[in-house]
Design a protein around this ligand. Structure first.
Ligand code: DX5
Ligand code: ZN
Length: 232
């Protein structure tokens, strides 16, 4: 993976057909997405359960781009090796998931993976001030994690702006997760975000037998964000 700040669209397969993950991953990649975002939920850290490392391993052969694994689980450390072996390219843990964020991030890198850290909407950006040199990505949650289809929380735009300043010239992606649409994408792109996760806004109106809708949805988000990004 080479680093750049161009806009990247990462569909969340939380909004895909769960009985057809392989075909869904191939469809969104054929339709031009940049990364595939995989939401792992444990029914403890968040009030929903999705899937674990075995599903990630089964998905891996169907993903040619980047497998971006968002771990909404607590504790995290004891599962990191399994997700690494499942083929994750990026593993993102939550600041709120445990007391030893620095240790978790070191562990991810020691497994040869890119390390990401996610912040819930109520978590201030200062919580990652001392781990900036251990991360490749910061994920700003623009909804409370647990479910797709929620509304974008606008207060997070200012957090993105502040994180962009904190990051400076470091090669760290700013990812936005939750409620991203062609209407909200420009707000975060203008504030400095480069990776946009979108579940409902990518999968709406499409299916593996009508993948063109995915392509139109991806293009609409990318176009809206790219115009705003050039202005920041
Ligand atoms: C929320 C997940 C998101 C979510 C995004 O806990 O981390 O990735 O699926 O879904 P939308 O785009 O529908 O808000
Ligand atoms: Zn996510």
């Amino acid at each position: 993976m080479t680093f750049d700040r161009s806009i990247k669209i990462a569909p969340s397969i939380l909004s895909a057909d769960f009985a057809n993950f392989g075909a869904e991953c191939r469809a969104i990649e054929d339709q031009g997405c940049d990364w595939v975002h995989v939401d792992v939920m444990d029914g403890h850290f968040v009030p929903n359960i999705t899937f674990g490392p075995q599903t990630c391993a089964a998905l891996r052969p169907h993903i040619k781009t980047v497998m971006d694994v968002h771990l909404m689980i607590s504790p995290t450390d004891q599962y990191l090796e399994a997700f690494a072996n499942a083929g994750a390219d990026i593993m993102t843990v939550h600041v709120e998931a445990g007391p030893h964020l620095d240790r978790s991030l070191q562990l991810i890198r020691s497994l040869g993976k890119k390390a990401g850290v996610a912040l819930n909407p109520s978590t201030p950006e200062a919580t990652i001030a001392y781990v900036l040199d251990r991360i490749d990505l910061v994920c700003v949650m623009t909804v409370n994690p647990g479910f797709g289809g929620q509304s974008f929380i606008k207060s997070q735009v200012e957090k993105v702006r502040r994180l962009r300043q904190m990051i400076g010239a470091r090669p760290i992606h700013i990812e936005i997760d939750g409620g991203v649409t062609p209407e909200t994408a420009p707000l975060v792109a203008a504030a400095g975000a480069d990776v946009l996760v979108a579940g409902s806004a990518v999968f709406k109106g499409g299916s593996v037998s009508n993948p063109a809708a995915y392509g139109q949805n991806i293009s609409a988000i990318r176009a809206a964000a790219s115009v705003a990004a050039t202005k920041c």
